[in-house]
Design a protein around this ligand. Structure first.
Ligand code: URA
Ligand code: SF4
Length: 195
């Protein structure tokens, strides 16, 4: 077994936290394991749990659309979540669940070795930025943070937040996210060139 197959197997039998009890499928993540750019969301939802793949539901479809609006393909990057099993009724993952699961994300980051990680939404942003997140996602989105191993972090709003805030007016969450994604895309292209 290679390291990715081993990781997939480990997660498939994982019962390190209570989220194992109600899952249909764990969602490890998918995409390009040699990418410089990784997106990390919160947790699988209903569709993701049923199919074992990340960002498939309404929020996932919007994220894919946002990618495509800046000429980014899902297949080109790696997409995962901070927890791999669906929380009941899509509640936020709890502190001990995040802690139980973080070894898998750590392994993924170590294997991929990306240059840029985009936490999608507040829960993922808090995982990476800890106390720097005290003023909430609005205060950090679009900003560049230095993280472990020389990796840069740029948080964006969660697409489910954008589904509830549909305005595209200048300064709206959707408009801001489009600015952020254009910057992320440009940084990604520069990183590829320098690689
Ligand atoms: N689907 C995911 O895989 N992650 C999220 O954070 C939301 C929807
Ligand atoms: Fe294991 Fe993570 Fe699933 Fe919890 S959420 S059971 S730690 S894979």
């Amino acid at each position: 077994l290679n390291l990715w197959e081993e990781l997939k197997f480990e997660v498939s039998i994982c019962d390190r936290c209570r989220l194992s009890q109600n899952r249909t499928n764990p969602v490890l993540g998918e995409g390009n394991t040699k990418t410089l750019l990784m997106f990390v969301g919160e947790a699988p939802g209903k569709e993701e749990d049923e199919n074992g793949r990340p960002f498939l539901g309404k929020a996932g479809q919007l994220l894919t659309k946002i990618f495509n609006s800046v000429q980014l393909e899902r297949e080109e990057v790696y997409i995962t979540n901070v927890v791999k099993c669906r929380p009941p009724r899509n509640r936020n993952p709890e502190e001990d669940e995040l802690e139980a699961c973080n070894r898998y994300l750590e392994t993924q980051i170590a294997l991929i070795n990306p240059k840029l990680i985009v936490p999608v939404g507040a829960v993922a942003s808090k995982y990476f930025l800890k106390e720097k997140m005290q003023d909430g996602i609005s205060a950090v989105r679009g900003k560049i943070f230095d993280w472990d191993g020389g990796i840069k972090i740029i948080p964006i709003f969660h697409p489910s937040y954008l589904l509830r805030n549909t305005s595209t007016k200048e300064g709206s969450p959707k408009w801001l996210t489009w600015q952020d994604m254009q910057n992320i895309k440009e940084m990604y292209e520069n990183l590829k060139e320098a690689d």
